[in-house]
Design a binder for this molecule. Structure first.
Ligand code: SF4
Length: 94
């Protein structure tokens, strides 16, 4: 674990229910999170630095905190994800 990661999770504790950080139980990231810059590692597992339950976040549609995808509403209100657009935006630093 790097010093930066250790600082990010200072005070975090692994329990049978998940990792408890600042009094909140956080769950590991899900497959849809792959590539997101908000992922942080703690004791070999990956967690989201912005949302405690990534699985729930993605159940409601594309995660609005994600840095690796851009979600838009398409025809019929369905969520569309454009990873290329999000990638270009990230490269420009916005
Ligand atoms: S911000 Fe969203 S996509 Fe990124 S790690 Fe967290 S839950 Fe996953």
């Amino acid at each position: 674990m790097s010093a930066k990661t250790a600082t990010a999770w200072a005070g975090a504790e692994k329990t049978p229910e998940g990792v408890v950080f600042n009094g909140v139980t956080i769950q590991p990231v899900v497959e849809n999170c792959d590539g997101c810059e908000r992922i942080k590692e703690f004791e070999g597992e990956k967690f989201c630095g912005s949302y405690p339950s990534p699985e729930m976040k993605w159940k409601l549609g594309a995660c609005n905190f994600a840095t690796h995808v851009k979600a838009t509403l398409g025809e019929g209100g369905k969520v569309k994800i454009n990873p290329l657009k999000a990638s270009k935006r990230a490269a420009r630093g916005r």
